[in-house]
Design a binder for this molecule. Structure first.
Ligand code: ZN
Length: 462
């Protein structure tokens, strides 16, 4: 099998699976890599400009989506694993389909400008063994589900192993996360170099202001000890979880960001005032939540590294349409529906923070405990569902662990009379949708596999 045949077969196999209504984004890549082990290594020769990898606990999909949007707005051709399959097989599928479509549209062997790949933290090394990236952006490191507790250091080590494979890699880091401080042991020496020659580029917020939004964050903090001396960290400002302006008595402190910003967070959008090389530019982001402002700042930092014009970046941020459960907005049967994936205490708490005192809203929460969701749902107890204490509308609870969710809400002080439980996600979604009055909207908070089910239901407009 030669390279072109490999592309053709993968495309055919993918389309066949789609016909069977299988969302199979990894399976074609799995076979591709079995019969053509060097596929990714060869495929990257068709990428002529920057190759970006995005990893970290939360925000990978949105950050990669924003960056791809910016590059496309700049008239670049981009291959991006937008379906969110972020392990090597899924990445191989995305690259094969991207190249296949590019050759079909622009002619055989036409190269692609950019590659934007979201990579699972644990598989970063394997991904890096196959593709030589120019930039790696690490968004943050939070504790994921409780059954993975204690694995933060292991995750960090896996990212470090990936970094070590490619000596020319430039790393883009969130300065506000002390957990990323020692991700590359060479950073300290690097700070002595002139900015342009440095291997690491930092981004971070100096000021965060919450307008028409709950300012108090109750998300749990995972890293509270100094990455160097292990003493408790001090914060002059703390934005959420362990993110903020941190320092330690041992003089270790938050690195000064190369790309810094002030942000005003509104309920439905954010305004970022981004400073870089002495200039400041305002960007409007049509996504709510400080966590999304962080995603945007990361994507902007990547775009600066790729020398994209600032007006183009602004237009792309304004045009960005969130996909697949990341503040995804849909109109179904004339009703407004918004979906927010929840998967760990920090992410869920930041989503919930936007829902304090929310009016004219029906709510659906769908909690599954399949492997991809994390079998242990005790993380629900660490997420700040107390925000919903005064919620005064119907809450539809679904998924395999709907009862656990009901119990959690009861302890959060939610009126049990408002809760409607049905384990069947399709049925619960239908009830919830039917109950939405003309002046109301429906907010859905699903775990990962519940989101996959909802995605199918929405696509069939069921
Ligand atoms: Zn210290």
């Amino acid at each position: 099998m030669n390279f072109k045949q490999a592309l053709n077969y993968t495309n055919k196999f993918y389309k066949f699976l789609r016909k069977l209504h299988s969302s199979g984004t990894s399976l074609p890549g799995k076979y591709l890599r079995k019969f053509y082990p060097d596929f990714l290594i060869e495929a990257q020769n068709y990428i002529t400009s920057y190759k970006f990898a995005i990893t970290g606990t939360n925000g990978k999909t949105t950050t990669a989506g924003l960056l791809a949007q910016i590059l496309k707005e700049a008239q670049k051709s981009v291959i991006h694993n937008e379906l969110g399959a972020n392990m090597p097989n899924g990445i191989a599928t995305a690259v094969a389909l991207g190249l296949y479509n590019n050759f079909k549209e622009y002619g055989e062997d036409t190269p692609v400008d950019n590659l934007v790949i979201e990579s699972d933290e644990a598989y970063l090394r394997e991904t890096f063994e196959n593709i030589t990236f120019d930039y790696l952006l690490v968004t943050n490191l939070f504790r994921d589900q409780l059954d993975r507790y204690g694995e933060l250091d292991i995750t960090k080590r896996k990212i470090q192993e990936g970094i070590r494979i490619n000596p020319n890699l430039k790393i883009i880091l969130n300065a506000d996360d002390p957990g990323l401080y020692d991700i590359d042991k060479n950073i300290k020496n690097d700070m002595l170099l002139p900015r342009k020659k440095r291997k690491v580029i930092y981004f971070g917020f100096e000021n965060v202001e919450f307008c028409d939004f709950e300012a108090k964050s109750n998300s749990p903090s995972e890293v509270i000890y100094c990455p160097v001396c292990k003493k408790p960290l001090k914060y002059s400002k703390r934005f959420y979880s362990q993110l903020g302006l941190w320092s330690c008595i041992c003089r270790t402190k938050r690195p000064r960001p190369d790309v810094s910003a002030d942000v005003k967070v509104f309920r439905n959008y954010s305004i970022l005032n981004v400073k870089f090389e002495g200039k400041s530019i305002m960007y409007k982001l049509n996504l709510s939540g400080l966590y999304n402002a962080y995603n945007a700042l990361g994507a902007i930092t990547c775009a600066y590294a790729a020398q994209i014009d600032r007006k183009i970046i602004a237009r792309a941020l304004d045009n960005y349409k969130p996909v697949f459960g990341r503040a995804q907005k849909e109109i179904i049967k004339n009703k407004n529906v918004a979906l927010y994936l929840i998967k760990n205490p920090t992410g869920a708490s930041e989503v919930l923070r936007g829902m304090k005192n929310i009016k004219n809203t029906k709510l659906m929460i769908a909690i599954n405990d399949k492997y991809a969701d994390g079998r242990d749902v005790s993380w629900l107890w660490d997420a700040d569902f107390e925000v919903l204490e005064d919620f005064d509308n119907k809450i539809y609870l679904s998924g395999t662990r709907a009862d656990d969710m009901a119990l959690r809400l009861k302890y959060a002080g939610v009126n049990t009379g408002l809760m409607v439980i049905d384990n069947n996600i399709k049925k619960a979604f239908e009830y919830a949708l039917k109950s939405v009055e003309p002046n109301e909207k429906l907010i859905v908070l699903p775990t990962y596999t519940a989101l996959l089910t909802l995605d199918k239901i929405i696509k069939n407009k069921a």
